[in-house]
Design a protein around this ligand. Structure first.
Ligand SMILES: *[C@@H]1O[C@H](CO)[C@@H](O)[C@H](O)[C@H]1NC(C)=O
Ligand SMILES: *[C@@H]1O[C@H](CO)[C@@H](O)[C@H](O)[C@H]1NC(C)=O
Ligand SMILES: *[C@@H]1O[C@H](CO)[C@@H](O)[C@H](O)[C@H]1NC(C)=O
Ligand SMILES: *[C@@H]1O[C@H](CO)[C@@H](O)[C@H](O)[C@H]1NC(C)=O
Ligand SMILES: *[C@@H]1O[C@H](CO)[C@@H](O)[C@H](O)[C@H]1NC(C)=O
Ligand SMILES: *[C@@H]1O[C@H](CO)[C@@H](O)[C@H](O)[C@H]1NC(C)=O
Length: 433
């Protein structure tokens, strides 16, 4: 078995899977929209992912042809153990469990990595418990290789990798940057942060790891200048070019979009046949608007991406944990009280909308360009313990002690502490790259 057997096609297999979970409840929407206006709408941020596959269907992938010789990929002895155990064709990484292992150490801390936003720097911000940093994801049928920063950088040599999406995507980008940063000498790395585009450069590898802020993927009146009130946001569900022009020439694209669609039941949307600006919008139910938008995105990918040159990934919904009754803790304060993952097998809470997942499945299934899905939703849903809670900032300021005391209102149960769960998303990302 070789690294060469990490084909992207495997990640598409899961599209056949039926969604058998019950229709999710929407009562968390009110909380979420509150959180949005308070936090997400103020702070640009983002970062999620995963890949998903079941083993039912094998689609031959163009990428297989380009797979490299294992020996070439081997950088040091550390790789040897890993590569015999993981083959995405054989292993469904989304089925598994979190296992506590005290000797698992994150690759970085919020003090060692200079690029982490304060929003996710939970330890610096006073989070007292540390167990959440020592859980390992163990797929049922195989062992996921540990993240290997040298291997990641080798794969990125002479390439541009760009994460595109919301604040959860931004967290995943920062996680990846921090995991590789530690092995790059100071004078061989640089970071340029911009409002829309941020670029980390690993000079000796001639590689960049970039983040492009684009919370809906399609255009909206709330992209760079965030409109705090969700009811005043209007989306152009058929327009993506303004953003997409920043994606051309990138070698590896990783997209996400979810949580911004969940700020209410409907989304004010307009498109080509209603060119009269705000007058012409229609209020579409969120999954309907999401479907049109995702198709707009898919159409761009199919028309503009050469799959022989560019890899495309899509990270599924990063679940939120607002409603503690979901995980059988009705007295809990959102996710605030949680210090351990919720272990119930197959747990699927109200913070991951199944209708949206179904749209993702259906749209991707019809795409010409193969998209590798990083199906992180199920695994992340267990991690009720891993959010930033009150150890974060709001409106650019750390929470005051007074605000911290009001855990019910001020716990952020959307974003993840770093180091944390997004590191595992990147572990899976690398295994599929
Ligand atoms: C793999 O690479 C090694 C050394 O670069 C070479 O000797 C070997 O023939 C290659 N194997 C294949 C299958 O290409
Ligand atoms: C815990 O992690 C260490 C370091 O990665 C590893 O050597 C050990 O096998 C792990 N233990 C278990 C029970 O998985
Ligand atoms: C550096 O990477 C870019 C793509 O990101 C590529 O176009 C260029 O040829 C590379 N430069 C060298 C010297 O390989
Ligand atoms: C990709 O490469 C394959 C094999 O080299 C070729 O048959 C195919 O036409 C290429 N596809 C595109 C879109 O260029
Ligand atoms: C959750 O935490 C709050 C704040 O510390 C505490 O008042 C409450 O009793 C806790 N609830 C449970 C169910 O542990
Ligand atoms: C992701 O995995 C879930 C099960 O964990 C499945 O229901 C869903 O269809 C998958 N999504 C995609 C896009 O493959």
């Amino acid at each position: 078995m070789s690294l060469g057997q990490y084909p992207t096609a495997s990640t598409m297999n899961g599209f056949r899977g039926k969604l058998h979970l019950p229709i999710i409840m929407v009562c968390s929407i009110a909380f979420i929209s509150l959180l949005y206006t308070e936090r997400i709408s103020i702070i640009l941020s983002s970062n999620p992912f995963f890949k998903h596959k079941s083993c039912a269907r094998r689609t031959p992938s163009v990428r297989k042809i380009k797979d490299r010789n294992v020996t070439e990929e081997k950088i040091d002895g550390s790789l040897v153990d890993d590569r015999f155990v993981f083959d995405p064709e054989e292993c469904n990484v989304e089925n598994g469990k979190w296992v506590f292992n005290r000797s698992v150490k994150p690759f970085y801390s919020d003090r060692s990595c200079p690029y982490l936003d304060r929003q996710v720097s939970c330890v610096k911000n006073g989070r007292p418990d540390s167990a959440y940093r020592h859980w390992e994801w163990q797929p049922e049928d195989c062992t996921l290789p540990r993240f290997n920063p040298e291997l990641m950088l080798k794969k990125l040599r002479n390439k541009r990798l760009m994460f595109v999406g919301d604040s959860l995507q931004r967290g995943q980008w920062q996680s990846l940057v921090c995991m590789v940063e530690s092995i790059i000498p100071q004078d061989q790395q640089s970071m340029r942060r911009g409002r829309a585009l941020s670029v980390f450069t690993a000079k000796e590898y001639n590689a960049t790891v970039e983040f492009y802020w684009d919370p809906f993927l399609v255009e909206s009146n709330s992209d760079l200048h965030i409109v705090g009130n969700p009811k005043e946001r209007i989306l152009k569900v058929d327009s993506v070019d303004k953003h997409a022009k920043h994606w051309t020439g990138v070698d590896i694209l990783v997209f996400n979009t979810y949580v911004w669609w969940m700020s209410g039941y409907t989304i004010k949307s307009y498109w080509g046949s209603f060119p009269n600006g705000e007058e012409g919008y229609e209020e579409l139910e969120a999954p309907v608007a999401y479907r049109i938008a995702l198709k707009t995105w898919a159409n761009w990918v199919d028309s503009n991406v050469d799959p022989n040159k560019t890899r495309v990934f899509f990270t599924t919904m990063s679940p939120t944990h607002i409603r503690s009754a979901d995980w059988n803790n009705p007295q809990g304060m959102k996710c605030f009280n949680e210090t351990k993952p919720y272990m119930k097998r197959g747990f699927w809470g109200t913070g991951a909308d199944k209708k949206i997942m179904r749209v993702v499945v259906e749209v991707m299934k019809k795409m010409k360009v193969p998209v590798s899905v990083l199906n992180i939703t199920q695994m992340s849903d267990y991690r009720v313990d891993a959010h930033t809670k009150v150890y974060t900032e709001t409106g650019g300021q750390l929470l005051t002690d007074e605000q911290k005391a009001d855990v019910l209102h001020n716990s952020d149960c959307i974003h993840w502490c770093l180091p944390g769960v997004p590191d595992t998303w990147n572990q899976i990302f690398l295994a599929n790259l």
